[in-house]
Design a protein around this ligand. Structure first.
Ligand code: ZN
Length: 328
């Protein structure tokens, strides 16, 4: 039987809870993490904008290449010869992730509630490297696929040997200098962090460097998940990065697609926002607003409140501000 797409969020909530909907995947992007206050390295004031090659441990030639293209610091081309630029630029992000400076948002908690309440969450495909999905510890780890790798897992880029996350962070704290000059305990000079297996200084978070392949789990999981998917929730992503955006058209032709975003995206991928749309639903707005509303409609608001102390302050404030909130 062909299922009509929801016409509003209440319809979406009803569909999620219906028997027709058994397998749900989420494809998320930077928009779901905005409320956490995490620095977006592409925006003004972000990593690429504020890059100071002169402070980084590198040769003059490497610095010239960074000036020409700031993404060079996160490329395999430089990392394989000189891991310091990556580690020095990423130091606050690595340590901030360990200290949970940034908190999982309402959008992240929606995925966790979806799993706990319905057992219909098949997978979260996140394009974010921030590791915030992993704060939702009640989602089984294998259900979260960080498409572009993650700050929250560590391995040797040379031999693939996994490294202990906590000891790696300690090593970064002790061995990597702070080019942002915020941490008085940081060493003045950087020194190498060696892989315990191959002894090369190539240990790093498993974020995908430019020039390297995506983690194999992306391809394995999509092959497994997509044929049976009933609902794809596309949240906070501009859908411009492939192959992550290929989920949109690799799912079956009658799988319902929901876009949660400030503006419509994915026209070129076939998402239909017109009146004759057969399977697509657009929930316009900031992720936090839309997912808060959806959680209320699903009847999970009390469960969300239980997370209040673990949410970003702006999200907690949003819940408190929400006029209808608390009226059960
Ligand atoms: Zn190694």
């Amino acid at each position: 039987m062909k299922i009509a797409p929801p016409v509003d969020l209440a319809g979406l909530a009803k569909h999620i809870l219906s028997n027709e909907c058994q397998s749900i995947a989420i494809l998320s992007g930077a928009g779901v993490s905005v409320a956490s206050g995490i620095p977006d390295f592409r925006s003004p004031g972000g990593m690429y904008d504020t890059l100071r090659p002169d402070l980084i441990t590198a040769t003059e030639r490497e610095r010239a290449l960074m000036r020409r293209d700031p993404t060079y610091v996160v490329s395999w081309e430089i990392f394989r010869h000189n891991p310091f630029p990556y580690l020095e630029v990423r130091r606050p992000f690595i340590l901030g992730t360990q200290e949970q400076t940034w908190k999982a948002t309402i959008a992240h908690r929606f995925a966790e509630l979806l799993h706990i309440k319905t057992n219909k969450l098949t997978r979260v495909y996140t394009q974010n490297i921030d590791g915030l999905d992993r704060q939702c510890v009640r989602i089984p780890a294998e259900k979260i696929v960080p498409v572009h790798g993650t700050m929250s897992r560590v391995a040797c880029e040379g031999c693939g040997h996994p490294a202990d996350y906590e000891s790696f962070c300690e090593n970064v704290r002790r061995n990597t200098k702070d080019i942002y000059q915020q941490d008085k305990q940081a060493p003045k000079e950087s020194s190498h962090i060696l892989c315990e297996k191959c002894r090369q200084p190539l240990v790093k978070p498993t974020t995908v460097l430019f020039g390297r392949n995506l983690p194999g789990e992306f391809f394995q999981c999509t092959e497994h998940d997509l044929p049976d998917l009933d609902l794809l929730i596309i949240a906070g992503t501009s859908l411009v990065v492939s192959p992550a955006n290929s989920l949109v058209y690799k799912i079956p032709g009658d799988t319902i697609r929901v876009v949660v975003n400030r503006e419509p995206v994915g026209f070129d991928l076939g998402i239909d926002y017109g009146p004759s749309r057969a399977r697509d639903f657009f929930a316009r707005g900031a992720c936090e607003d839309v997912f808060l509303e959806l959680i209320k409609l699903l009847g999970w608001k009390d469960d969300l409140v239980a997370y209040a102390s673990d949410l970003p302050p702006s999200s907690t404030a949003l819940i408190n501000r929400n006029a209808n909130y608390g009226a059960s």
